[in-house]
Design a binder for this molecule. Structure first.
Ligand code: ADP
Ligand code: ADP
Ligand code: MG
Length: 773
């Protein structure tokens, strides 16, 4: 900014210098012009004086009219005129010279823009001068005219003078003669004769004289006329002179006007120059003020920066201090680091040790907790009852035919999904199961209820799901289903796979599948190479009490595709071995045994769970219809195995000490899956058709029989706790010591119990005491 300021000031100075030079030039020019105009004025003045002189001379001449010195004057005037003309020429030359000089002066500073206006003004001036020149030329012309007129006047005056002189001479001659004549007359009078003669002669002569007089008179008249004419001419000339004087005055006025114009132009030029000067000054001042403002801002900035600098200095000092201390720290850092690392390593190893020990402790606790959880779960299931009986009613199908035979005989309770009403022989019989599925219940809905049982298999529980019912009641549909709508077995395997996948982070699982068939109390492997071979059920030699079937094929399955293959294989076996599949299937039990073996990688815990899906033989009573031979044997076997199953389930559910597993191959095979922590589901399938009502009634009766042993909660609780609780002991005392009537004694804490409640409770406790030995 300072530099730009300096530059601006320099420029300003240059401009001022230029202006000064221009002003000087202008002043010189003005001087020149002034002197020139003064000269011209002087010349004009002298010319005017000369014209005046001439005019005076003319008037003088007019007054004198004649005389020989007029000629002399004319010559003089002509000479004067000539001189004036030369002077004028010289003046013009000078003027031209001056103009040239002016142009030369103007040339160098033509670039200056305001001098262009000056040039314009000068052009105006030159125009004015040109006009003055023209006027001057006109003046010269007029002078020439005046000269001619004077010449002619001189001529005319000369002629006038001649004629005047002539006339004077004539007059003198004539008067002389007159006088002579009069003398003669007088002498003649004195000499009469003579006189007479003389008179006569005189008379003659007088006639002549008279004639001569007349002539002279006429001549005189002519001369007078001529004089008058000359006077006229003179008057004209005077008029001409006057007009020329008028034009001269006009010209003079024009000159004055031009001068005024010149003056004005000059003034204008000056004004403009001044205005320009002012403008320039203003611009310079503006720039200067702007620069000053900028300077001020810069100064302020500078001051701010300075203050900043001042404030920054202490910060810099602290920073350098920090830097130095940091440098020291960096120097000391490796040592410090080594030390810290050593201590940290020690600490970390110690911490790892600690974590290890806590981990071990935790693992131990976890295992204990796991076992506890399993135990608790078992007890929970036991509380809920680990044997369930569901009913499923299939829809009326085409096979049921039409007419009253195919009418629907089964109705449901809208409020209770565990109740079913059957119209049999005009009587309505109601049955209560754990749950009843109406015909419209989907496979999905059925599986939803079964799902929990299936997943508990992963935790190491054994599960049995039976489908019971007369042939055509929907057992196979429920267990296997159709390709488009699969039943429990496919869904169960899919669920097992997905559950196993979900636990893959901690557990390794192996799922194997076996398929078997029990026909006429003989067990056959459906997946083996020798399907006709009868398999035996044997006790494990390890003394664990577990049963196993030597030679039963197990397929390891890893995906749903594998399962489908296994099912297909089993079906093909069954089809090829039997002539009539439907017939055969209704006479045999089909088992699908899924074994899930798990290994918890972190704890090493091993679990084994079995899921047995059993499609039982048709429950219809063949024996009654007088069957014989093989049919009778079949019927006997079926009846035996089904009733054995019923007995086993009843025994299990009523928690009898002895469960007759050995009474049939089926119950014997499923012994480990029916006892202990196992969970069992009996799905009783019934047909709703009118014609099937008696079989339906039988199936439902069977279901109710299986389910009928309803255990009270107290006895369950007593069963749960291995030892009698305080409460039980009190109740026992009550029962043993006091009479039944005294049970309602107030203040004993059981005042609120009604006698009925109490008696049912004591009955169950009695039963419990009896069963627990
Ligand atoms: P079972 O195995 O007891 O002899 P099926 O399962 O073979 O009986 O069933 C007999 C017929 O009834 C089959 O055609 C089956 O598709 C049909 N069926 C059984 N239950 C249902 C049901 N819930 N929904 C539709 N159709 C069914
Ligand atoms: P084991 O296993 O010792 O060979 P089982 O349990 O098979 O004996 O019993 C043999 C027969 O005795 C079976 O038919 C069974 O139903 C019957 N049985 C055994 N104990 C009892 C019991 N406490 N009450 C009723 N029947 C019993
Ligand atoms: Mg079937």
């Amino acid at each position: 900014v300072m530099a730009s300021m300096a530059h601006l000031q320099k420029e300003k100075l240059q401009l001022q210098e230029e202006l000064l030079g221009l002003q000087e030039k202008l002043a010189a020019q003005e001087n020149d012009e002034l002197s020139l105009s003064l000269q011209l004025q002087g010349q004009v003045e002298t010319l005017k004086a000369k014209v005046l002189e001439q005019a005076q001379e003319i008037s003088r001449l007019r007054s004198e009219l004649g005389g020989t010195d007029a000629e002399k004057h004319r010559d003089l005037l002509a000479a004067e005129n000539e001189r004036l003309r030369q002077e004028m020429k010289a003046c013009e030359g000078e003027l031209r010279e001056l103009r040239r000089r002016q142009q030369q002066q103007q040339a160098p500073c033509r670039d200056c823009h305001h001098l262009q206006e000056n040039a314009g003004l000068q052009e105006q001036l030159s125009q004015l001068q040109r006009e003055a020149e023209e006027t001057r030329a006109k003046l010269v012309e007029l002078e020439l005219e005046v000269q001619q007129k004077t010449n002619r006047l001189a001529e005319v005056e000369l002629r006038l003078k001649d004629s005047l002189a002539e006339r004077a001479e004539e007059e003198e001659r004539l008067s002389r003669r007159l006088r002579d004549s009069q003398e003669t007359i007088a002498s003649l009078k004195s000499q009469p004769q003579q006189i007479k003669y003389i008179i006569k002669t005189v008379e003659v002569e007088s006639a002549k004289a008279k004639q001569a007089l007349c002539e002279t008179q006429s001549r005189n008249q002519y001369l007078q006329e001529q004089v008058a004419m000359q006077r006229q001419v003179l008057k004209e000339m005077e008029q001409q002179l006057q007009s020329s004087q008028k034009t001269e005055a006009q010209l003079r006025a024009q000159i004055v006007m031009y001068e005024a114009e010149l003056e004005r132009a000059h003034g204008q030029m000056l004004e403009e120059m001044q205005a320009m000067e002012e403008e320039k000054n203003r611009a310079i001042e503006e720039a200067f003020s702007r620069a000053q403002v900028e300077m001020k801002a810069v100064h302020e900035n500078l001051a701010g920066v300075r203050t900043n600098l001042l404030t920054l200095q202490p910060a810099l000092r602290t920073l350098t201090h920090d830097y130095n201390s940091l440098k020291r720290q960096v120097r000391d850092f490796p040592l410090l680091l080594q030390e810290t690392l050593r201590s940290a390593r020690a600490e970390i190893s110690q911490a790892i040790e600690e974590v290890h020990s806590t981990n071990r402790e935790l693992l131990r606790k976890y295992r204990r907790e796991l076992q506890l959880r399993k135990k608790c779960h078992n007890e929970l299931v036991r509380l809920k009852g680990n044997i369930r009986v569901f009913g499923r009613v299939r829809p009326i199908t085409k096979e049921d035919g039409e007419g009253p035979e195919a009418a629907n005989a089964v109705t449901f309770d809208t409020d209770d999904d565990a109740v079913l009403h059957l119209l049999h022989k005009g009587k309505q019989v109601s049955f209560e199961l754990d749950k009843v599925f109406p015909p419209q219940a989907s496979q999905e809905e059925v599986f939803q209820e079964v799902q929990a049982l299936v997943t508990s298999c992963i935790d190491g529980y054994n599960v049995c799901i039976f489908a019971y019912g007369q042939t055509g009641a929907g057992k196979t549909y429920t267990m296997e289903g159709t390709a488009a709508n699969p039943g429990i077995n496919q869904r169960a395997l899919q669920l097992l796979f997905s559950e196993v996948r979900g636990k893959a982070a901690d557990w390794d699982y192996a799922i194997t599948v076996s398929a078997a068939e029990i026909y006429n109390e003989s067990l056959r492997d459906l997946l083996g190479k020798e399907p006709q071979e009868k398999l035996e059920i044997k006790l494990c030699p390890d003394g664990s009490g577990q049963l196993y079937v030597p030679g039963l094929t197990e397929f390891r399955v890893q995906s749903v595709e594998d399962i489908n293959k296994v099912f297909e294989f089993g079906h093909i076996k069954r089809v090829t071995e039997c002539t009539n599949l439907n017939e055969h299937s209704s006479r045999s039990h089909a088992l699908l045994i899924i074994t899930v073996r798990g290994l918890d990688r972190s704890t090493g815990l091993r679990t084994t769970g079995k899921l047995n899906l059993v499609d039982l033989a048709g429950s219809e009573r063949v024996g009654r219809s007088g069957a014989e031979g093989s049919r009778l044997r079949e019927a006997q076997h079926i009846n035996k195995s089904l009733s054995a199953l019923g007995d086993v389930i009843y025994a299990l559910r009523s928690r009898q000490g002895h469960v007759p597993f050995r009474n049939s191959k089926l119950t014997y095979l499923l012994q480990d899956s029916l006892s202990g922590d196992s969970k069992t589901l009996m799905m009783v399938q019934v047909s709703p058709a009118e014609k099937n009502t008696s079989e339906t009634l039988c199936s439902l009766k069977f279901a109710e029989r299986v389910r009928s042993v309803e255990l009270g909660p107290v006895s369950r609780k007593a069963e749960l706790a291995s030892w009698p609780s305080q409460e039980q002991l009190e109740v026992t005392k009550e029962l043993l010591g006091d009479s039944p009537g005294s049970a309602a004694t107030p203040g004993r804490g059981h005042a609120s119990h009604s006698p009925g409640q109490l008696s049912s409770r004591s009955a169950s406790i009695r039963r419990k005491l009896h069963t627990s030995g």
